[in-house]
Ligand binder design. Structure first.
Ligand code: HAM
Length: 420
């Protein structure tokens, strides 16, 4: 029988890579919390309607990529392809926006999209996400961009390009839609099947088409369709970014793949990520989303960043957490000292030292080199005689220096060693 295989489009997260993953998530949490974003956690699945209405019926995500199922009670459910509609639902259903505005929240978790798997594109992938709900201030759009930017800065990633655009308000988009229809109608015969279908549903989607890229290049830009208020709003966003020293490229074609955006949209690109997968993340303002989900109109803005793509970039640029060296390996020299060694390890942990018990039967020198290989700073050895008098021998694995002392003194020496 062949061994059971991992489902297509999924990843296993194993050491040592899992340390990089944890570092990316921790860094994002720290940066988001420094701006006042608080943790939320919402279900991994929502009603299918949440995405049909929220993410948008004419999007690739909803048309082609949802993992949907009927539960045993006949309810239509979908594994979340993105966090935004679920998080907004949770925040508004709990009336958090009536206690304070904006409600600033962040989350991290797996998302599910049935896109053709390839490098950087999976059926299950992780996003880190922030959402700011309840204010339509351009300062908030600039803030979420800044959080994303500072996050990558903190990781040490270089070579990012921030792509920025505005889609204006509803009226601007009506005007833009009409301009796009005027342009595309006469070209209908030359359009791919998807574009032809989407022309009536949402012509903005056509600007995302890779197959009709030649036609996209000639399509009208949104600029002339923008009213004075939208222009002023966007000017404020860019003003805040300029003041924060965050560089951006204006990209009038950046419409994003999801239906709910209005005003500011942005993406973070890196050239080393290939082709259509070059976006590390993106986001923008979604003032109409609350209403389509059945809540009172409530503005919002936010972003999501792909964790696997971010990790790939970190690997490529040699970025990662400091190797964990603040640990020691404890071993009983012979079988008879196994319990004494476990007791010493327990005592050390009680004093706040990460102590890993070596339970192998190998020769002592092999065990010491294994401890050094796993990155331990010191080894603590408990032999027969030491066990009898409550002592242990600790060895600095960098210098080779070793000392035998009562366990309390060993703990103190290790504490000094580990805290540098
Ligand atoms: P999105 O652009 O659909 O935005 O996804 C954000 C990021 O998730 C992408 O740039 C990419 O890094 C990652 N991603 C998307 N699909 C895949 C996949 N199949 N495999 C691997 N990574 C992937 C959103 O999801 C919006 N909810 C962002 C947002 C939040 N807008 C406002 N608030």
């Amino acid at each position: 029988m062949p061994p059971i295989a991992r489902p297509r489009g999924t990843n296993d997260l194993l050491p040592p890579d899992s340390a990089l993953f944890a570092w990316v998530l921790d860094t994002h949490r720290q940066v988001a919390e420094a701006y006042g974003y608080e943790l939320v956690e919402t279900p991994l699945f929502e009603t299918t309607e949440t995405y049909e209405r929220g993410t948008g019926a004419g999007t690739d995500v909803v048309e082609k990529e949802m993992f949907s199922f009927t539960d045993r009670g006949g309810r239509q459910l979908t594994l979340r392809p993105e966090a935004t509609p679920g998080v907004l639902r949770a925040v508004l259903a709990a009336h958090l926006d009536q206690q304070r505005r904006p409600v600033r929240v962040h989350c991290a978790g797996p998302m599910f999209r049935y896109a053709r798997p390839q490098a950087g594109r999976y059926h299950q992938f992780w996003q880190v996400d922030v959402e700011a709900v309840g204010e339509s201030s351009p300062a908030l759009d600039a803030e979420v961009v800044e959080v994303a930017w500072r996050f990558y800065e903190r990781l040490g990633v270089h070579g990012l390009s921030l792509q920025l655009n505005t889609l204006g308000d509803l009226q601007d988009r009506f005007r833009y839609r009409a301009a796009l229809l005027d342009y595309y109608r006469p070209l209908e015969d030359r359009l791919c099947e998807d574009c032809r279908r989407r022309l009536d549903v949402n012509p903005l989607r056509l600007l995302d088409c890779k197959r009709d890229a030649g036609l996209v290049a000639g399509a009208p830009e949104i600029g002339p369709s923008l009213g004075p208020e939208s222009r002023a709003f966007f000017a404020e966003v860019t003003g805040f970014l300029d003041a924060a020293g965050i560089p951006y490229s204006l990209n009038p074609r950046l419409v994003r793949g999801l239906d709910y955006y209005a005003h500011t949209t942005f993406e973070l690109w890196h050239e080393s990520l290939q082709g259509a997968q070059n976006a590390l993340g993106g986001g923008g303002r979604y003032d109409g989303l609350a209403e389509v989900l059945g809540f009172p109109p409530t503005p919002g803005t936010g972003y999501a960043l792909g964790v696997e793509r971010t990790m790939a970039l970190c690997r490529e640029q040699g970025l990662g957490p400091e190797p964990a060296r603040e640990q020691v390996v404890v071993l009983g020299v012979g079988r008879a000292e196994a319990q004494a060694a476990a007791a010493v390890a327990r005592r050390l942990r009680g004093l706040g030292i990460a102590a890993i018990l070596d339970v192998s039967d190998r020769r002592l020198d092999r065990r010491l080199s294994a401890a050094a290989r796993r990155g331990a700073r010191a080894a603590v050895m408990v032999g027969e005689e030491e066990a009898a008098r409550g002592a242990a021998t600790w060895k600095d694995l960098d210098t080779g220096h070793q000392e035998t002392a009562p366990v309390a003194d060993v703990a103190e020496a290790l504490y000094g060693l580990l805290s540098g």
